[in-house]
Each structure stands twice: as structure tokens, then as C-alpha cells.
Ligand binder design. Sequence first.
Ligand code: HEC
Length: 311
Amino acid sequence: MLTLKDFQLGQKLTLLLSAVFLGGILATAIVLSQLLNFNAQAELTNKALMLMETMNSVRDYTSTQVNPELKERLAKEFLPESVPAYSAREVFEAFRKSPTYNDFFYKEAALNPTNVARDKADAFETKLIEGFRQKSSKASEVSGFRSSSTGNLFYIARPITIQKASCLECHSTPDKAPASMIKLYGPNHGFGWQLNETIGAQVISVPAAKVLNTARRSLLVLLGIFTVAFALATFLVNLWLKRYVVRPINRMALTAEAVSMGDTAAEFVSNSNDEVGKLTEAFNRLRLSLQMAMQRLEKHRRGGGNTSPSQ
Ligand code: HEC
């Protein structure tokens, strides 16, 4: 069986670097994916909050400038343009026409909505609104993932609280509301709201895949850069090792072999002053010592021949 002992220096180093790389990339991937996910969510949340502020400004504009102008005509015919919720939705639909935002959804979910078909809070939104309605709740927004009939969504929600008395002209009791509105929406829904009551939630959602894809794309790019940098580092380290360690050592091994076969003139050559260079010098001294010892021995042997018993 092949053990670590049988590996060459370069292979051992590559093995070590690969282990470091694998551990490193695994840890990086885990931490980075969390971080990037978080980042993608934060970015979307910021966008959504900005949008909500815009929608609220549209609502404001409608109730302070459009609604008063249309009030007289409202008695005879219903004009959706006078309704803040209507203008907010229309503006959002126009906004959604841009390709960047066409998968954004906007909903003014209410527990007791005027437009039941569109604005009735589903089970999930009801829980959100109940949370906002709790006295202790100071939450100005919540965000997270939810499942829906159209797949997983990332949502950002803010409470809708009745802050203007003008809202109650249409949302307090049916007899106060314009008759034309009752004709269209009926007297049973969207009434009984109180000042300062949280009656619903403004919810913006996007497909969860949008968040995850953004994060995944950034992750792949970063891991790609990481891998290329590692491959380059391993390649350069191996090149360096071969040039400054492996080759000089191989050369030394060959010379040592020649010396051991009796060629004491074979010289260890080195062109560096590092540890390998020092080793080369040490070998050269060893070779010289050996050479001298051999010469002395030879002389001694010859001398011994002179004093042989034949003389
Ligand atoms: C002129 C009457 C009128 C006024 C004033 C009015 N609303 Fe409404 N509101 C409506 C009608 C009608 C709808 C349903 C619109 C639709 O079909 O989407 C509605 C819808 C809403 C909705 C969406 C949920 C639902 O009930 O369908 C919210 C939230 C809402 N209004 C809040 C307010 C607030 C807050 C104000 C005050 C700033 C206000 N409204 C002022 C008539 C009015």
C-alpha cells in the first residue's frame, strides 16, 4: 500500500495544500453563503422599504390633493382615483412594468378589507397583522420567507395604521361613506376602522429564488476566484520547490553516489546560499576530508609497502 513515506516532496506539499484548501473553501462557502444571503435580503428589504415609502407618499398625495377635488363628484359616481389604496396600486402596477421589478408583488392586506377579493389577508398575513396589533409590538417592519400558492416568497411587511381622520370618511360606518362607493363595494366590508388602529399590513414580496440566486451568483464568483488563486499558488510552490529544493537534492544524490564509487573529484555544486547551499558546502567539506583520508591511507599503504618484510 502507498503511504505518505512513498510520496515525493512535491506530492506531499500538494496534498497538504489541498487539505488546507478543501477545509478553507468549505468554511468559506458556509460563512460566505450565510453572509451573502443576509446581504441579498438586506438589499431587497431596503428596496422594498423605499418602495413602501413611495407608495405611502402616493397615498398621501391622493388623500390630501386628489380626494378633496373629487369629493363633489363622488356623491354621484364612484371615482376610484379618489381612493389612496387605488392610486398606490395603480402606481405600483406602472412601476412593475420595468423588467427589474416585474416579479415584485404589492398587497395592502387587511383583516376586514373593502375589496375582499384582493385585499383579504390570508392566514399568514393575518398572523403578521395580529402581531403588529399587539400592544407590546413596536415592530415597524418584519421580513422573512414564506410559502405561497405561487412558490416560496421573501416578504417585507409594515403595519397600516389609520392616522388621518379623513380615512374614516370611507372606512368608519357605511352611512358616512359615499353612496356610490357602497353601491360598488357593499356596506359589509372595510368599515368599523378606528383612528390609530392597525387594520392591516403593507406587504411587498419577491420570489425567494431571486434572493437565493443573487447570493448564489456572488458565492460562485468568489469561490471561483478563491480556487484559481489556490491553483496558481500550488503551481508556483511546486515550481519553486522543484527548482530550489528537489533538483539540487537530486544533483547532490548523484554526486554522492559518484563519490561513494570512488570518484572523489566529483564536486557538489550549488548556486545558492540557503539551507540547501549550506548542505552542499558541508558535503564538499566531507568529500575533501574523505579525499584527504583516502590519500593518507594510500600513502600509509605505500609507506607500509616500503617497510615490507622483503627489505
Ligand atoms: C373615498 C373613500 C376612501 C377614503 C377617503 C379612504 N379609503 Fe381606503 N379604501 C377605499 C376603497 C373603495 C377601497 C378599496 C379599493 C380597491 O378596490 O382596491 C379602499 C381600500 C383601502 C385599503 C386596502 C384594504 C381594503 O380595504 O381593501 C386600505 C389599507 C385603506 N383603504 C386604507 C385607507 C387609509 C389609511 C385611508 C386614509 C389615508 C383611506 N383608506 C381613505 C375608500 C377610501
